[in-house]
Design a protein around this ligand. Structure first.
Ligand code: ADP
Ligand code: MG
Length: 276
């Protein structure tokens, strides 16, 4: 039922990495999780071992109003995945226009996903303001903003804290109350990273859900198309990611647990057979 949206003021800060690994941690914690890629980069699938030649996906097919259930991939970590799908520039522009003119093309299927009381939806959004965000944010339970531990994050803190980076005026006001933050790429040995982390932590207080260390294990896991917890469970980043997932879970309403990931049945056995 809840929707957790991962957003960021700029790209390359670890948004997709966090969305994928938090989705995995929540699944390991007993939730049925649907990871939804709303970013035309179509990168969320890479963390779940979806083969590179599998370029299909939900958002790329939006103009023909697909049945999202038919496009769900069941992944090895037992997280259900709706990839964005590969998309050309022209199609991406048309998608943005479609979402502006007819937001229901995304809002209706998203509401359907959220209507399942057992299902938790984790969405990876494009950086900055976007039409997809304008549709998804009003439905989100928690909006997790990913910041890099660097000087630019501290310089932009007022902009970021107010939510203005998600779009001016009403948009920002609408999302402001649900904005939470995670600091990624923290390196306590690097003076700049450490002082940026301190400034951000002091400024955001309890709205900072946690921090994730800069850790080679993160990039290594991605290069193997696996999740950090699976590939390097003892790494610093894996511990940090578990902590962030727990902090996010604390913000969610109580939900029924489903069979653990190891179960042969897995979550939502009806989904892929259309028995939704
Ligand atoms: N904590 C981290 N430590 C080391 N590398 C990281 C970390 N977080 C992300 N990365 C790497 O940074 C790059 C960008 O991450 P990504 O999640 O794709 O960012 P975004 O979705 O914000 O564009 C990837 O190569 C990823 O492996
Ligand atoms: Mg990304």
């Amino acid at each position: 039922m809840p929707l957790i949206a991962f957003v960021s003021p700029k790209g390359g800060v670890g948004k997709t990495t966090l969305a994928a690994n938090v989705a995995d941690a929540l699944r390991r914690g007993g939730r049925a999780v649907l990871a939804l890629d709303l970013d035309p980069q179509n990168a969320l699938r890479l963390h779940f071992g979806v083969p590179l030649h599998d370029t299909g996906g939900f958002m790329a097919e939006l103009p023909r109003r697909p049945d999202w259930r038919a496009l769900v991939r069941r992944t090895a970590p037992d997280v259900l995945l709706l990839p964005h799908g590969a998309i050309e520039l022209r199609a991406a522009l048309e998608q943005a226009l479609l979402l502006e003119r007819e937001p229901a093309t995304l809002a209706t299927p998203l509401r359907e996903m959220l209507s399942d009381p057992k299902l938790l939806v984790v969405a990876d959004l494009p950086p900055g303001p976007s039409q997809a965000l304008a549709v998804a944010a009003p439905l989100a339970t928690v909006i997790v903003t990913v910041l890099q531990s660097e000087a630019i994050s501290t310089a932009m803190l007022a902009e970021v804290e107010s939510g203005r980076f998600l779009g001016g005026g009403t948009m920002a006001a609408l999302f402001g109350g649900r904005l939470q933050f995670v600091l990624n790429g923290v390196d306590l040995r690097a003076r700049l990273s450490r002082s940026a982390a301190e400034v951000v932590a002091r400024h955001l207080g309890p709205r900072l859900l946690g921090a994730v260390s800069r850790d080679e294990a993160v990039a290594e896991a991605l290069s193997e198309m696996r999740l950090v917890q699976d590939m390097a469970p003892a790494s610093a980043a894996a511990g940090d990611l578990r902590h962030v997932a727990r902090a996010i879970e604390m913000l969610l309403p109580a939900m029924p647990e489903v069979a653990p990931a190891a179960s042969a049945a897995g979550p939502l056995p009806g989904l892929l057979r259309g028995g939704w």
